[in-house]
Design a protein around this ligand. Structure first.
Ligand code: ADP
Length: 368
């Protein structure tokens, strides 16, 4: 068995339903052999990736997530984190071709559904074969590696219901097992993780980040995730949702339901709700609708997660996936929902590299 690491460049790719995540390892030192052999193409690719932070119209490098001085397969270097919409795969392949990728390597490693869906395109258009890895294996492997490597990777929110006092706090995740891993991408997967190679996918829901974005675009006319989050930030979902206190005048104390709990999401924009008069309906803004959509999707995920945690008797939940990108509203909601409904026994944890673990794990599996 050949145990030597694959030749550079080292990439890990996670081709999801919405976003393609690309992790690139830039070596700090180049061996003599590599320097002799380092073809112009390799140098060009390295420079293109590391000198730019935008690629074409839709590719981005998340420079704030960059990790310097990591060690993979005995090599020191920097991890770069890049993403672009999966719908731009055609342009990505054209770019890879124009940069001469095919002259350099014959295989790139990929995970996510797109590794299957686009396999033919990689072959036909750039003459690249895909080494495919399972996305959930990759997700866990990647998150364990990054969490171990980056001392401030894992955090939680203190006082998540109080905007003034709420703060991000580092969390010591050195004894991780068991934990639930909730990946909120276009859809949602929930895994129970008992050890580094011991996990099950216990549940999931199709109501995920893709649902939020789709419904939000329909309801508000917005076009991007960033726009949707911005709208939600200044909106008020209680102008759209029916709360327990709208029905009871207060809490439903017999069963411990607080007055501010949502009793029926979006109820107030239907004809039975407060919005039955046209005037009333006109007072609801795009911002309110965006916020209500975000809250609805997030609470539903929180609720399913709680049931899973109860079932599995697991007390720590790690939330990942790009739905949480630039989205403190959802993180705080999840944090308070876990805390409130479990009377403080369930803990919601978050990770800085939220959407990139599949790509990292894929790279690690590839390099061996
Ligand atoms: P997938 O692997 O299914 O593509 P991700 O973990 O990449 O899943 O998350 C995709 C979700 O992240 C989207 O549905 C959306 O809610 C959110 N998101 C965050 N940033 C963006 C962005 N720039 N473009 C589109 N969706 C984004």
């Amino acid at each position: 068995k050949n145990n030597s690491p694959p030749s550079m460049p080292w990439f890990g790719m996670d081709i999801g339903g919405t976003l393609c995540k690309l992790v690139y390892f830039e070596p700090k030192y180049i061996t003599k052999d590599e320097a002799d052999a380092e073809v112009e193409t390799l140098k060009n690719i390295r420079q293109y990736l590391t000198k730019n932070s935008a690629y074409g119209k839709t590719g981005h490098r998340d420079a704030h997530l960059q990790m310097d001085d990591v060690c993979i397969r005995g090599r020191r270097g920097t991890l770069h984190f890049i993403r672009f919409p999966t719908s731009e795969m055609g342009n990505f392949l054209a770019l890879a071709k124009s940069k001469g990728m095919a002259n350099l390597v014959t295989t790139v490693c990929a995970t996510g559904g797109g590794a299957y869906k686009f396999e033919e395109n990689f072959k036909k258009e750039v003459n690249l074969s895909l080494a495919k890895f399972d996305e959930l294996d990759s997700l866990i492997r990647g998150m364990l590696y990054i969490e171990m490597t980056n001392p401030c990777e894992c955090y939680y929110w203190t006082n998540p219901t109080d905007d003034e006092k709420c703060q991000k706090m580092p969390y010591d995740f050195s004894k991780p097992y068991p934990f639930l891993l909730v990946n909120i991408g276009s859809g949602v997967s929930i895994l129970a993780v008992q050890g580094p190679n011991d996990y099950r996918r216990i549940s999931g829901t199709s109501l995920g980040g893709g649902t939020f974005l789709g419904l939000c675009c329909l309801l508000t006319g917005c076009n991007t995730f960033e726009e949707a989050i911005e709208l939600a930030t200044s909106g008020d979902s209680t102008r759209v949702d029916k709360l327990v206190k709208d029905i009871y005048g207060g809490g439903y104390s017999r069963f411990g339901l607080p007055g501010d709990l949502v009793a029926s999401s979006f109820y107030d924009v239907c004809s039975f709700g407060q919005m039955n008069s046209k005037d009333r309906r006109n007072t609801v803004t795009k911002e309110d609708l965006a916020r209500a959509t975000l809250v609805t999707i997030t609470n539903n995920i929180g609720s399913i997660t709680r049931m899973c945690a109860l079932n599995e008797k697991i007390e720590r939940v790690v939330f990942v996936g790009n739905f949480l990108r630039v989205n403190p509203i959802s993180m705080k909601l999840l944090a308070s929902a876990m805390d409130y409904w479990s009377k403080g026994t369930l803990k919601a944890l978050f990770l800085e590299h939220e959407g990139y673990f599949g790509a990292v794990g894929c790279l690690l599996q590839f390099t061996g």
